[in-house]
Ligand binder design. Structure first.
Ligand code: ADP
Ligand code: MG
Ligand code: ZN
Length: 611
């Protein structure tokens, strides 16, 4: 059953006619049946004279006489109508009523509750009707959505058409590594034979990971523009919101659609909304879980060589279900990080191209002012600057507009501290160089691949990527001490240079303490206890803490020994840094200047002549 889009177009007015018809019917019923009923229940006031006339005429069927008024019911054309009138002292009334055979009593009977009875007889059916109608409408919307049509903002994955507002990799500044990774995918989609010949499989799923505003969505659009294949795009939140009760079916349809159009790219933005870790908590969400399960099944279902590539984006990879990240599903991760100085300059340049500029814009200055800003924030800064220029009645954006905009945008963000001040930058730089320098002096080779002081996805301020020279599965006591010294290096540098203690070392301290504790209680590396296990259980892989197996007095001694081990490592680290103070300054200055330093550059400075 394949519907063409023109077919779908006709369906909308038809359904509308249907509902107009129903509305008309309801109004008709209301006027014909309910209105007279309401009128008849209304009690009208009449004169005593009218009452007596009606009694004489034999229209009155029932009479209720109270102390203050007479209520009576008259039948007109078989319909009961209610009336009331005042009391006139008439001792003959009971006799007259009796003669006419009219039922009379002194009490007013409970009048039927008009509203309730109306509701029961008419309201309930109407409500049921309305509910069914809504269900029908919802089903229809889903059906229409399934055929890939977008109806007023609803619909399944839409084919993204790059013609209007086409983005290419040139629009994404910086992020060179990510672009390179994606380039390979474009290449695969364009020449699959090349890969088939060798027997290589292209990754099925690619996950774009990075903090908000680093250009994940933009990167996906650029990929659509660069690769000459259909591009289906849907956001995880759309999934959850629109396809209530049909998430799993939707996933299936999406993949059916995709394999029809292969080779193609399917982009699921904000995948964390459907791909959250399934857990055994009470508050399970069946709907979401089924959607996720279907997604997993579908990803397993199609062959790697079919030419469908699933691209997804998230800024919370840690909440994703591990099953999603397994090989064969989203096995390739492309990281987009916050841009460093060079990257920020490039991004500013991309966005400055779109505004009228004075000739002498100092882009470097603006990039320097915005350490830690995301691409989205930088785009916003340029826009704010343009708005400011208009406000000031100018026709061009100048450096001062940009500088002002930095203040506005950064002051307007919640995470003000994400942008490092000059002073913080210096401290973070020295801290990271401290770690790296200690490591380099111990091994005599490049300790790191890359150090950067741009805040990372992980939340750590600086980041020192440590590379083990060769993977080890056995660590000697010396290795453990060296690792402790490296961990202490950061704090030691801060103390040495700034004579301050900051919170930046919290994670180092935690890791150093854990390592020292394990040395004493598990690895038998302590002088006092030797090969005595002071802790049992615990699973290194699951991160369970072990249980202490010693007496409280011993535990106190253990704590003391841990303290001594760390103090010794701290002192050694400080000594190393003191000896190499000049190199440390030189390296730190470089890092502050460039915000990123590679292992190669690091070693060049370390081994080069001191300037
Ligand atoms: P994310 O999806 O990662 O949260 P977006 O892709 O929505 O971020 O980025 C928002 C906007 O920020 C983009 O439309 C673009 O204008 C700007 N932007 C972000 N990163 C870059 C970049 N690397 N180069 C150019 N512009 C960028
Ligand atoms: Mg996004
Ligand atoms: Zn540190």
């Amino acid at each position: 059953m394949k519907e063409t889009s023109s077919n779908n177009g006709n369906k909308i007015p038809k359904t509308l006619m249907f509902y107009y018809g129903i509305a008309f019917l309801v109004i008709l019923i209301f006027n014909l049946v309910i209105m007279p009923k309401i009128l008849s229940y209304r009690v009208q006031t009449t004169t005593y004279f009218d009452f007596m006339n009606s009694v004489e005429a034999g229209d009155v069927k029932e009479v209720y006489i109270s102390d203050t008024e007479i209520n009576y019911m008259k039948e007109i054309d078989g319909q009961p109508f209610y009336f009331k009138t005042g009391i006139v002292d008439n001792p003959q009334l009971p006799q007259i009523l009796q003669e006419k055979g009219i039922n009379y009593t002194a009490e007013i009977p409970e009048k039927p509750n008009i509203l309730l009875s109306l509701f029961l007889t008419y309201g309930v059916p109407i409500l049921i009707f309305a509910f069914i109608g809504r269900q029908i409408r919802k089903n229809m919307a889903n059906k229409l959505g399934a055929s890939g049509l977008r109806i007023r903002g609803q619909g399944a994955a839409k084919i993204y058409k790059p013609d209007e507002d086409k983005k290419t990799f040139d629009d994404v500044a910086g992020q060179e590594e990510a672009k390179e990774s994606l380039q390979e995918i474009i290449d695969y989609l364009n020449n699959p034979e090349k890969y088939k010949k060798i027997g290589a499989k292209c990754p099925k799923g690619v996950l774009l990971v990075g903090p908000p505003g680093t250009g994940k969505t933009l990167m996906a659009k650029a990929l659509a523009g660069e690769a000459d294949v259909p591009f289906f795009s849907i956001s995880g939140s759309e999934f959850v919101e629109m396809f209530v009760g049909r998430g799993a079916a939707k996933v299936r349809e999406l993949f059916d659609q995709a394999s029809e159009h292969a080779p193609c790219i399917v982009f699921i933005d904000e995948i964390d909304t459907i791909g959250k870790r399934r857990d055994s908590q009470l508050s399970t969400n069946d709907e979401r879980e089924q959607t996720l399960n279907q997604l997993l099944t579908e990803m397993d279902g199609f062959e790697g060589n079919k030419g469908v590539i699933i691209l997804a984006a998230t800024n919370r990879p840690e909440v994703l279900d591990p099953a999603l990240l397994r090989p064969g599903r989203f096995d390739r991760q492309v990281r987009l990080e916050l841009p460093d100085l060079k990257g920020r300059e490039a991004i500013l340049n991309v966005h400055l191209k779109k505004v009228q500029l004075k000739e002498d814009i100092d882009v470097n200055l603006i990039a320097r002012m915005t350490a830690g800003a995301s691409g989205a924030q930088l785009a916003n800064i340029v826009n704010e600057a343009a708005l400011r220029a208009i406000r000031m009645g100018k026709s061009h954006v100048s450096t001062s507009d940009l500088a002002e905009a930095v203040e506005t945008v950064i002051a307007g963000t919640e995470k003000k501290n994400a942008i490092l001040s000059e002073e913080e930058k210096r401290i973070v730089a020295y801290h990271e160089i401290g770690h790296a320098l200690v490591a380099a002096k111990q091994s005599g080779s490049a300790p790191v691949q890359k150090i950067t002081i741009v805040p990372r996805t992980s939340g750590a301020l600086g980041f020192t990527m440590q590379v083990e020279e060769n993977e080890k599965s056995l660590y000697s006591k010396k290795d453990a001490y060296q690792k402790l010294e490296v961990l202490c290096g950061g704090r030691a540098a801060e103390e040495l240079v700034f004579d301050i203690v900051t919170t930046g070392a919290a994670n180092d301290i935690e890791r150093a303490t854990e390592l020292a504790r394990n040395m004493v209680t598990r690895y038998g590396m302590s002088d006092n206890f030797g090969m005595m296990a002071l802790q049992t259980g615990g699973n290194t892989y699951l991160g369970e803490p072990g249980r202490s197996t010693c007496s409280p007095e011993t535990a106190r001694l253990v704590d003391e020994e841990i303290r001594d081990i760390i103090a010794k490592a701290h002192k050694n680290a400080t000594d190393i840094l003191k000896e190499n103070r000049e190199k440390m300054d030189e390296l730190a200055e470089y890092l502050i200047e460039k915000e990123t330093i590679t292992g190669k550059e690091f070693m060049e400075i370390l081994e080069g002549e001191t300037a």
